[in-house]
Design a protein around this ligand. Structure first.
Ligand SMILES: [Zn+2]
Length: 244
C-alpha cells in the first residue's frame, strides 16, 4: 500500500546510514514501533534541521514505497525536549526510557497508554532534569509493565493469596510471595515493596524515594517480571547504581 501517512511519534533511536541519512526507530501514538529513513538529515542544511533528534516528539509525514522501510517526508516539532539533551543524567534517563519502550513494545501494535507514558516521562525530564533519578526510572518501568498488561501482583502472595508475611518476589509467579511460597523467589524488603506499591499509585512526577538496597530489589523485581512474562531483557535502569 504505497502512499503517505501522518502520525505522531517519539524518536527512540537514530542510526547513521550511508553518507548523510539516518534510520530512525520511532514509537508512534497510533501505530506502535516502526522504522523510517530520514534522507539527507545529516547534511548541514537539511530541511529537517534538528527536529529528528533522539527523544524528540514529532508530527511526521511518512511515505510508504514498495520496500519495508518508510521515508520521512515531513517533520514538525511537537516537543523538542532540548533541555534533556543539555543534561547528561537527564539524557541518560530519557534514552533508557526510550530503550525500555523499544524492548517492551516492539510488536508493531499501537499501545496508546505506553506512548502517553513515554511522552509524560520525557516532558518531566525536560521540565526538570533533576528528576532523572533511579526512583523515577523504576516508577516509569513499573507503569510500563502495567501498560503492557504485566502489572506485578503486590497486594497479596502471587502464589497462594496470603496477605501477610510477604518476604520475596517471584518473577515466575508475577509478584510478591509469602514466606511459605518463597522457594525460587528472591528477598524483597518492606521498603522495596512499599516503594513499588507507592510508585504504581502515584503520578510519575511524584515517584517515591527509597534507599539504594530497596531500589536494587525493586529493579530486580521489574526486570524479572519483564523477562518471565514478556521474554524481554531490560537494560540497567541507571548507568551507575552506586552514584545515584
Ligand atoms: Zn504464599
Amino acid at each position: 500500500m504505497a502512499g503517505s501517512l501522518k502520525t505522531e511519534a517519539v524518536v527512540l533511536r537514530s542510526l547513521r546510514y550511508g553518507e548523510a541519512d539516518r534510520i530512525l526507530h520511532l514509537y508512534c501514538s497510533d501505530r506502535g514501533r516502526l522504522a523510517a529513513i530520514a534522507k539527507g538529515v545529516r547534511k548541514a542544511r537539511s530541511r529537517f534541521g534538528g527536529r529528528l533528534e533522539p527523544c524528540a516528539r514529532v508530527a511526521l509525514v511518512l511515505h510508504q514505497g514498495r520496500g519495508d522501510l518508510l521515508t520521512v517526508t515531513g517533520a514538525d516539532t511537537v516537543a523538542s525536549h532540548a533541555r534533556v539533551r543539555d543534561h547528561a543524567a537527564a539524557l541518560d534517563s530519557a534514552v533508557r526510557a526510550c530503550d525500555a519502550v523499544n524492548r517492551l513494545f516492539g510488536d508493531g501494535e499501537p499501545h496508546p497508554p505506553a506512548y502517553h507514558l513515554l511522552c509524560n516521562e520525557l516532558a518531566l525530564l525536560d521540565r526538570d532534569p533533576s528528576r532523572a533519578t533511579w526512583g523515577n526510572q523504576l516508577a516509569f518501568r513499573l507503569k510500563l509493565l502495567v501498560a503492557a498488561g504485566l502489572a506485578p501482583q503486590l497486594a497479596s502472595c502471587a502464589t497462594c493469596g496470603e496477605a501477610d508475611h510477604l518476604v520475596g518476589f517471584s518473577g515466575a509467579a508475577g509478584g510478591v510471595v509469602c514466606s511459605a511460597c518463597e522457594a525460587g523467589a528472591f528477598a524483597l524488603s518492606e521498603e522495596a515493596h512499599a516503594f513499588m506499591t507507592a510508585a504504581l499509585g502515584a503520578p510519575l512526577a511524584e515517584a517515591p524515594h527509597a534507599a539504594v538496597p530497596a531500589l536494587r530489589q525493586a529493579e530486580r523485581a521489574i526486570t524479572a517480571t519483564a523477562e518471565h512474562h514478556a521474554g524481554v531483557h531490560l537494560r540497567a535502569a541507571v548507568a551507575d547504581a552506586r552514584a545515584r
